[in-house]
Write a protein that binds this ligand. Sequence first.
Ligand code: GH3
Ligand code: MG
Ligand code: MG
Length: 229
Amino acid sequence: MVAQGNTIGVLHLEFESATRLRNGSGKESFRESHQRLAISAASQIALSLASLQLRETLREQSIRDPLTRLFNRRFLEESLERELQIASRKKQAISVLFLDLDHFKRFNDTFGHDAGDMVLLALADLFREFFRSTDICCRYGGEEFAIILPESSAQDAAARADELRVAVKRLRLKYKKQTLGPLSLSAGVAAFPQHGSTSDDLLKIADQCLYQSKARGRDIVTVASPQTV
Ligand code: GH3
Ligand code: MG
Ligand code: MG
């Protein structure tokens, strides 16, 4: 099956071998009429499948960051609203983690922008391995990431963020035979319902905590406190 020049799939039909090849009158045979029907059905199916594939591709493009394939900021904001509703109904905690690479501008200046891109890709792979499949990992902006951790208290999320911080420090990456580094990241953590109940509040508080981690010297995790809220 072909649609818009792309091969979509194969439609396989089998007829009983006893099927008559030609009827006596010389009119169109049983097999020929079935073949015509099959070809017309196949082209309709191919078009439908192609349009479904296109829709899926467009949706993926609209919710993912093209470099890292992590979710984008828009998807994060939509997901957080939804996850908060679920958490509130189930009376569960939910945490938001903000992460930002330390001195990444200096890193780019030292090793080049392509090496920097490779670091972002490696980091995205690390996140995919490190976080649960139900966690939502996003590239929030340049070298800044946000993770939604459903069913996770502030303490759990902070412990997890600290393990990630250590894992990032241990990363030994190479680009064109050159060893890159050192790398570190700073983090901020805010949780529902402890620190806020709306997505805007949680994102703002997690970002403020991240800012505090930077002010306190970087390579650390800051959890929201009554002062931050
Ligand atoms: P800080 O520790 O305060 O976060 O310092 P920083 O240098 O990481 O922060 P700053 O905001 O000054 O600079 C961010 C840098 O991130 C600058 C920019 O070149 C880099 N960056 C953002 N997006 C990309 C990207 O897609 N690829 C690469 N290679 N670098 C990026
Ligand atoms: Mg940074
Ligand atoms: Mg930044």
